[in-house]
Design a protein around this ligand. Sequence first.
Ligand code: HEM
Ligand code: HEM
Length: 245
Amino acid sequence: MEFKDVILLLHPIVTVVVVFPLIGIVVNRALQTRQRRLQTATGGKSKIPPSTGQEHVQLGRWLAGGVVGVVLLAFANDIFGTIVDNKIWAQNPFRVLLVGIIFGVAITSLGLLYRAKTRLWRGIFATLTGMSLVVLGCQDGVYRKTDQWYISHYYYGVTAALLMIFSLAILREIYQDKTNRWRTVHIVLNSIALLIFIAQGITGTQALLEVPLAWQEPYIQKLYEQQCDKQPCTLQVAPAPQKPQ
Ligand code: HEM
Ligand code: HEM
């Protein structure tokens, strides 16, 4: 496997090994937190320990960071891969610098969102993180599948990341609001996020089948160019130049 292929695999590997197990635990603790709250709301007792709420939030904070992280990993692979392949650095170094700065803004504002206490700063850093993701998603090299947005790994992935950023931003409101309105908003939005995560498992696995390894790329391109799914075709691709021994 070439270096390029290893970088491509980082996103699926981190998602499968870190993010999806976290989703399992976070959802389990979410159900227990809700069950415990409903059981104790009417003065009753619950066998579920009071620490489940804390566990849900602590792991939820990791999950939110993990989801934004894997989206940034995929974008970095797509965008910098295109910059290297098309030698954009030589033609337009300013654009490359700008992309690097937006990656920096996304990571820094996410870090600051974790530390921000007042509503204003949480709003500012959440907006900055979200906007940076959206701007990065618009760059060349990101496979958006806009004509089939309803099954697009990209659109659902960015939506899930935005929902996680929003969860981080409203964390304090969930506790402070005595009417439970923010709690309800959180449950509704994150139930949607859960459905999106399941969809990401499906479209992501499909994406893995579609993305060729580096050595296969010229052949696969020819398959598309010659529309080999519709007609018989013969492939002829010049071998890659040999590296000096
Ligand atoms: C798939 C993701 C998630 C789902 C399905 C989910 C769902 C839930 C549910 C059902 C509750 C219990 C509400 C109740 O008491 O009735 C809850 C509580 C809460 N969630 Fe989440 N959540 C998710 C992710 C997150 C994330 C990422 C964060 C923070 C970054 C978070 C922060 C909180 C907080 C602060 C509470 C209140 C806990 C308490 O009362 O002790 N959740 N969530
Ligand atoms: C939390 C779940 C996930 C999120 C938020 C997510 C998000 C994204 C985003 C935003 C992209 C960039 C758009 C694109 O190039 O298509 C992407 C690409 C990709 N994803 Fe995911 N994804 C998730 C899960 C998965 C899973 C489970 C797999 C496979 C097992 C996977 C495999 C891929 C592949 C192969 C690519 C294209 C390669 C690349 O551009 O780096 N993803 N993902």
